[in-house]
Design a protein around this ligand. Sequence first.
Ligand code: NAD
Length: 291
Amino acid sequence: MVLVSGKEVSNKIKDEIAVEVEKLKKNGRKIPHLAAVLVGEDGASRTYVNAKVKACERVGFGSSLVKLDSNISEADLLVEIEKLNNDTEVDGFIVQLPLPKHIDEQKVTEAIAPEKDVDGFHPVSLGKMLLDIPSFLPATPYGITEMLKHYNIPTEGKHCVVIGRSHIVGSPMSVLMARNSYPGNCTVTLTHSKTQNLAEITKAADILIVAIGKPEFITADMVKEGATVIDVGIHRIEDSSKKSGYRLLGDVNFDEVAPKCAFISPVPGGVGPMTIASLLKNTLLAVQLRD
Ligand code: NAD
């Protein structure tokens, strides 16, 4: 069993990006700048946003954090987004999801200028992905393809089963795995909450990508011997023995499933760091596409 270390791959990507930033500096060009919008005080969201800001520092990007009150109206949030759209210092920005219930996430996503949409959630970015036009790929699926590439995991002709059809993970992941390129060329089955006999389908998977959002849902009996398993899920489970007060679990029961796998990504240290690395890659791409 080979551990697919997103931590290791993301560090390599960050080193490569840092070299590119140095080149830009040397040539007197603008340093890429990523901004993040955080609405409210959700603990997990704050942790993710802080990690993104820290990653910017690590590669030499500029970064800024726009912190907004959870009571902000949708209209006022849209004004903040318009400011970022027009700010020439900012090359790309993200709005950390989820947003408070009174705000329409789709409306907010669509308000982001497509050329600054480094999360890759805008309809223009998703449309370009479908048409194989270079653009911003959604950060998490993009990170997963980079992991598969790094470990030379064969994909052509393989049966890839994706669990979950969210717009930010499962659906775009299924598109990327079916593309006529590497990684890709898989026969893809996209499963969701209405899928029947899920275990029968997952057992037939050469590559199983799990984004269901249920802790340790995938057990050993649901996985084929020699499969590649990528665990997208991330859950904070209360644990008083930890300094933080919680431990992290994925959607896969790692201890049970790992011995059956050819490749498996852990939680933490798997997909999570790759999502951040992809965001940085997309921000660099934003600069390159513009110049
Ligand atoms: P989501 O809740 O939007 O989607 C879950 C999907 O699972 C849905 O499409 C649903 O149809 C499907 N589903 C639910 N029950 C099912 C069942 N019994 N059988 C088959 N499918 C079923 O979740 P999401 O935003 O895609 O996130 C999934 C997980 O990944 C969450 O734990 C989330 O925190 C995590 N996540 C991690 C990262 C990262 O960077 N590591 C990024 C995004 C999401």
